[in-house]
Write a protein that binds this ligand. Structure first.
Ligand code: 13P
Ligand code: SF4
Length: 336
């Protein structure tokens, strides 16, 4: 018989004594997740685009900024991150003494993939002295080469915090970048990256829906392909004046205090679950039913259960990269 490592033995023993996730009902899976969450002092964090059942079992559901803040302040020993890789990595950077798990390693982000650390180093060489503002949708290595991070919730405030005489390199989302330019009046160098889900939400779809629902408020995520033209359309009167460009977290807050009854929502459709749950009397119309992030949908109850049971997959960032990336994230958290 071959000699097994302690790690192998442990996971084999767990497999033998625990029920197999594939044969369990949803109720059994939730029961086991709750038992393990308690036993292991774990917290489950979920992004607003997760499938409904994951949002429902999470201890906290929110946008990128809210999730980073929750990770930074949790006293749990284990964080199960139901989101995409860069989000779990951000949690691991902020909590070096905790174990951070991502239930599916394939849960990446097409936007984060639009810039590599080598490309950023090359860009910096062309603009010596420029301040690098990195959207959190980036790898740890890219964050480590950046001066400050931002999310869609605080990008305007982050750019406003940079001295007027400084050149700014903003990456990697071009639609968010032009929104920030418009809101701050600052000219920036913007990386031409985009999220394939949001970039596909076109201005003509949104325009058509706005005409069909003239009473509706229009909520647009600044990553959307329609966001740049929406800003000009609102100014020109082509879209309702009650159009707002908001992060997913700000959409949730906005709807709660708005007197409107109908909302056209231009972002990934996962957010409609929470909007509807928290506002049962209001009506939500997706700007595009095809706006589905395949990475966000990779996390399932089975995978969360296996993750908690077998420590699948531990997200680690090498300490030097983590320390440099942490500076950029913490600067952002100090601002807003
Ligand atoms: P939020 O920070 O608005 O949740 O956006 C994150 C994201 O990945 C958008 O696609
Ligand atoms: Fe990345 Fe786009 Fe998915 Fe957000 S919706 S995680 S930006 S691919």
């Amino acid at each position: 018989m071959s000699i097994m490592s302690i790690d192998q033995l442990t996971s084999t023993q767990i497999m033998e004594t625990s029920p197999d996730a594939g044969s369990m009902t949803q109720e059994e899976l939730i029961e086991e997740i709750n038992r393990l969450r308690k036993e292991r002092n774990a917290v489950i964090l979920a992004h607003n685009y997760q499938i409904p059942v994951i949002q429902d079992i999470a201890d906290f559901t929110g946008d990128s900024l809210g999730l980073a803040r929750q990770a930074a302040k949790t006293d749990a020993d284990l964080i199960v991150f139901c989101g995409v890789h860069f989000m779990a990595e951000t949690a691991a950077i902020l909590c070096p003494d905790k174990k951070v798990l991502l239930p599916d390693l394939e849960a990446g982000c097409s936007l984060a993939d639009t810039i590599t650390v080598d490309q950023l180093r090359e860009w910096k060489k062309q603009h010596p002295g420029a301040v690098v503002v990195a959207y959190v949708n980036t790898s740890a290595a890219v964050k480590a080469e950046s001066d400050i991070c931002c999310t869609s919730s605080n990008a305007v405030e982050v750019v406003q915090s940079i001295p007027e005489d400084k050149e700014i390199l903003f990456l990697p989302d071009m639609f968010l970048g032009s929104y920030v330019e418009k809101m701050t009046g600052r000219k920036m160098h913007i990386w031409m990256g985009e999220c394939h889900v949001h970039a596909a939400i076109h201005p003509d779809e949104v325009q058509e829906l706005a005409e069909k629902h003239p009473e509706a408020e229009l909520l647009i995520h600044p990553e959307c392909g329609c966001s740049t033209s929406a800003m000009y359309e609102v100014a020109a009167g082509g879209l309702p004046s009650n159009t707002a460009l908001l992060s997913t977290g700000k959409m949730i807050k906005h709807v709660a205090q708005s007197p409107a009854e109908t909302f056209i929502v231009a972002t990934e459709v996962g957010i409609l679950h929470r909007l509807q749950q928290e506002n049962p009397a209001k009506r939500f119309v997706p700007a595009s039913e095809h706006a589905v992030c395949p990475f966000m949908k990779m996390i399932t109850l089975e995978k969360v259960y296996r993750s908690l049971r077998d420590d699948i997959h531990v997200i680690e960032v090498d300490p030097d990269t983590a320390a440099r990336a942490r500076r950029a994230i913490e600067r952002m958290l100090e601002i807003g």
